[in-house]
Design a protein around this ligand. Structure first.
Ligand code: ATP
Ligand code: MG
Length: 552
């Protein structure tokens, strides 16, 4: 993180609050996911912001599950969220659940009724929507709005006791049916849902709405800065109103622009569709914008934190180019990833003047970007090697500095070779390239006096291991699939996954560990897939070495 950058507007607010002695200088933020899906890169933005503020100002951050909607929530999601936040490198002060406040929230609702500020409404959802009016026309009160406090208390208690079916009644705030802010036209506080809850089981059949749960949950925890995304701006008056009427700790809400990334979707509802309809291999498919997908793809926590730092904190929404995310992972891996050789599109190279059965052992630094090379590893060399098909050209062009008949090139960490002849099959495909090597040109001890411009990677055919390699491209063909005509899934990129069934890798790569990225020299960054086995190694391409996406 760069130290020199100027404060973002939320940091300015926090610093002003500290300077004014507000909350005795205490900073307590929270990250409030609804456990109805896996976290995505947008959530990472919110996590970095909330936890980052606390770290910077000596504060703390709570992890609070916003689990007030039992229909879509699940423990599987709770577990994945905890894993992802930890993996991103953050520790929460307390693990809390909005459902732990159900009793308190119920008491607060009855308190609102006692103050004459809430009523039980028997209207259907459709009736309520019509009675609410339109942005240009005020809403109208119905006969339930004038119910007595006693009647409301009794009806609300009966709602809680399970006397009514789903949808029969709701509890509403008695606020302002003429407000220009539609959210203030007697918003719903509670609805009836005879649904099992992942934590409270069947204890409740009424559940609080977001607006009646979030602010009070913040207040119960004494959150000082409740940071959310800009779509909650119109909810803020309601947030303040409940806190004021209930005389609670004065938590304050602040809004920042949500992160939008191109060539993907980020709504959990849409991500769930991709998973359930089998367009991807689960929430952690390496093409998904989820934290777990990015992890499986080979992204590092540091690269995601750096990305969130670079995009900054804005008030207005915009679209961030996924190229920036790729830039951040390239920068990180260039500094840290070990280099290895793997041949993705192989062709056989035979060194005619190298004795059959002879083996040389060469070594190479793990990472030339590191000061001491990060150590080194050894790899065998023999008469028959695999090289990349496109490192040989039958009719070389003028500026071609790799292998051709009569052309010389260096084999990485080994010898200089010269192309001699080729063998083709009946279809005209090259099956073997024959060459000769210059014994005096050994890397590190080159007395040949020959200068070559190109260096190519290789693996010894006899010693190479094989692996499946999965190359990923963007999941969608258009920048903003949610904003196109028709269904967003019509814009899925049919070529987002390209599998190379047999790639030859240097022997040391059999020791690769899932989650530890490696650079396949000249080819990109890769990481072992979590479902890889010793019998079948699978590598995911994290990112290419250079930006290969051409804008159409
Ligand atoms: P969805 O609408 O896809 O279900 P959500 O916003 O409801 O997502 P939550 O689990 O409620 O998801 O979000 C937890 C926190 O993360 C909230 O504070 C929310 O504002 C924030 N958040 C969600 N998406 C983004 C995003 N794209 N950029 C920044 N913050 C986000
Ligand atoms: Mg939400």
């Amino acid at each position: 993180m760069s130290e020199e950058r100027s404060l973002n507007f939320i940091e300015e607010i926090v610093e002003a609050d500290i300077a004014a002695g507000k909350n005795d200088g205490r900073v307590l933020t929270r990250f409030p996911p609804e456990p109805n899906g896996y976290l995505h890169i947008g959530h990472a933005k919110s996590i970095c912001l909330n936890f980052g503020l606390a770290q910077k100002y000596n504060g703390k951050t709570n992890l609070r599950f916003d689990d007030t909607n039992p229909v879509k929530e699940d423990v599987e999601y709770v577990d994945s969220i905890k894993e992802d936040v930890k993996w991103l490198g953050f520790d929460w002060a307390e693990e809390l659940y909005a459902s732990d406040y159900f009793d308190q929230l119920y008491d607060m609702a009855t308190e609102m009724i006692r103050q004459g500020l809430a009523y039980v409404d028997d209207s259907t959802a459709e009736e309520i929507a019509i009675q609410k009016g339109t942005p240009t026309e005020p809403g109208v009160a119905n006969q339930y709005r004038s119910r007595s406090i006693e009647e409301n208390l009794q009806l609300f208690a009966d709602m809680k006791a399970g006397k009514y079916p789903d949808g029969a009644k709701v509890l509403r705030a008695k606020l302002d049916l003429a407000s220009t802010n539609m959210h203030l036209r007697d918003p719903l506080m509670y609805r009836i849902k005879h649904t099992h809850h992942h934590r409270t089981g069947d204890a409740w059949c009424i559940y609080p709405m977001y607006d009646f749960a979030h602010g009070q949950s913040d207040a119960i925890e004494h959150i000082t800065h409740s940071i959310c995304t800009v779509e909650f701006i119109p909810h803020r008056p309601l947030y303040d109103w409940f806190i004021e009427k209930l005389n609670l700790f004065p938590s304050k809400q602040y809004e920042f622009a949500r992160l939008n990334l191109n060539y993907t979707v980020m709504s959990k509802r849409k991500l769930l569709q991709l998973v359930e309809e089998g367009h991807v291999d689960g929430w952690d498919d390496p093409r998904m914008p989820t934290i777990s997908g990015l992890r499986r793809r080979g992204y590092t926590p540091a690269s995601i934190r750096e990305f969130c730092e670079r995009i900054g904190v804005a008030k207005r929404e915009n679209m961030i180019d996924v190229g920036l995310l790729e830039f951040c992972i390239r920068e990180d891996l260039n500094k840290t990833a070990w280099r290895r050789m793997a041949v993705l599109a192989p062709v056989k190279l035979i060194i005619d003047n190298y004795p059959e059965g002879q083996i040389d052992v060469f070594s190479g630094e793990n990472n030339p970007e590191a000061e001491d090379g990060d150590g080194s590893r050894e790899f065998p060399f023999s008469r028959e090697l695999w090289i990349e098909r496109d490192d040989f050209m039958e009719v070389p062009t003028k500026k071609y500095f790799r292998l051709g008949v009569g052309l010389m090139v260096r084999l990485k960490n080994a010898y200089i070779i010269k192309g001699e002849s080729i063998v083709k099959d009946a279809d005209g495909n090259i099956t073997e390239i024959h060459c000769s090597y210059i014994p005096e040109s050994k890397s590190g001890n080159d007395t040949s006096g020959i200068n070559v411009k190109g260096t190519i990677h290789w693996v010894s055919a006899e010693h190479a291991k094989t692996a499946e390699v999965r190359l990923y491209d963007r999941l969608f063909q258009v920048e903003d699939p949610s904003n196109e005509d028709g269904d967003f899934k019509d814009y899925i990129n049919p070529n987002s996954l390209h599998v190379l069934p047999t790639v030859y890798i240097e022997p040391d790569l059999a020791n690769a560990v899932a989650g530890t990225p490696v650079q396949f020299m000249r080819k990109g960054y890769f990481t072992l897939d979590k479902n890889s086995t010793a019998d079948k190694l699978v590598f995911n391409r994290t990112v290419t070495l250079k930006d290969g996406w051409v804008k159409k």
